[in-house]
Design a protein around this ligand. Sequence first.
Ligand code: SAM
Length: 277
Amino acid sequence: MRQKYGQNFLTDNNIAHSIVNIADLKKNDRILEIGPGKGILTKIIQPRVKWLTAVEIDTKLYRQLSYYFSFLNIKNIKIINKDFLKYDLMSMNSNTIVKNFNLNNNFKVISNLPYTIGTAIIQKILPSKNWTTSIFMLQKEVAQRITAQPYSKNYGYISIFASYYATCEILFDVSPKCFNPSPKVISSIVKLTNKKAKHPESIFFNFIKHVFNMRRKIISNGLSSFENLEKKHAINILKSCGLNPFLRPDNLSILDFMNLTKEIQRYRICRAQNLFF
Ligand code: SAM
């Protein structure tokens, strides 16, 4: 058992069908599956869609699954033996073997993720082009962080990142008994729908990451350390966005962070031009 790859295989066929059904698959759909493992989801998805690309890190599982589909002479699937986190998604555009899976076409993502890399995969998929719906099985705590709202203890960088790019809903929980071996945690099925938001300026996520790294501190302290500013200037910037300088990062909505980072940029311009602030 390769526990380093988070290999808890789903064994409950009803749950597997429920997960795939959420994706509302159509004959013309192109699907990306991350970590197909022994193929419980793969075998349900493949007959229902135009094209399925599945990326599996484990060479033994990759060989077994490739053999299964090639033995049956099934042509609408490509299994790739790669670490998805290191995989250059753009190479799917140029690779002729996976020409049916082109990032210039819309695609859906379905994945029972290894728990340890769930948030990393989400950060890779969500900003990429042309995905429409993603169905992820995640550790329940991670699902709760992704869908958390301001003023809750789970609200943080990944909640804002996910809700910037997608609408996020937790659909149902899956008991550890549905896997072999059983994980120590409960899983949740999460559905993400692409909002097609354009990428924000880098300051937006950099600032949010910075202030949540010191989430117990008031926002004026986070801002003054981020911009290397005197406290009174940080307070002025916050006040001009209508924000109380004594709030903590988890009291700010995504819109507050958008307004605030715009104001920081305006301040930078004034400072560069030596204008009175
Ligand atoms: N989808 C299968 C299922 O539902 O039974 C397997 C799920 S298991 C939790 C996670 C799978 O992801 C394993 O097959 C594992 O080898 C694979 N995996 C782990 N890390 C990966 C990575 N970085 N890139 C691609 N696959 C990975």
